[in-house]
Design a protein around this ligand. Sequence first.
Ligand code: 4NP
Length: 150
Amino acid sequence: MVCLGNICRSPLAEGILKNKVNPNATFVDSAGTAGYHIGNAPDPRSIAVAKKYNIDISRQVCRKFTNADFEEFTTIYVMDKSNYDNVIAQAHNKEQIAKVKLLLNHIDTKITEVPDPYYGGDSGFEDVYKLIDQACSNIAKTIKEQQTNG
Ligand code: 4NP
């Protein structure tokens, strides 16, 4: 799960998807394309909205996306088109580019990007939570089907 700062959207996406998959079978992580907040905990507003839905993201630590992530992960979900551009700029080949998907391609909505809530109020975090939650439900369903079908 990748966003710009790795303190608002992608920590939520990491926590939400982790909560929907078998942790012994699926590894979920998050990173940011920018390095502004490396080593920091998620934004308190993300921690609060996750807590409201009984998900604890408070112990996550911000890190920066690197090319090694293309090898470590089967799929890289990005929150918006700018994240997409920043991530594929670090790709070395077509296979790596093909791993990168917009998270909201996984829900039936006209909205294609998870809006950046950093400069807005608390309601932005609630909206972002709901969008990410819907997408992660669909992703978790697909992962379970793949794991069941081998
Ligand atoms: P995020 O939000 O990409 O969802 O983590 C942001 C967090 C911090 C900044 C921008 C976006 N920033 O400019 O510091």
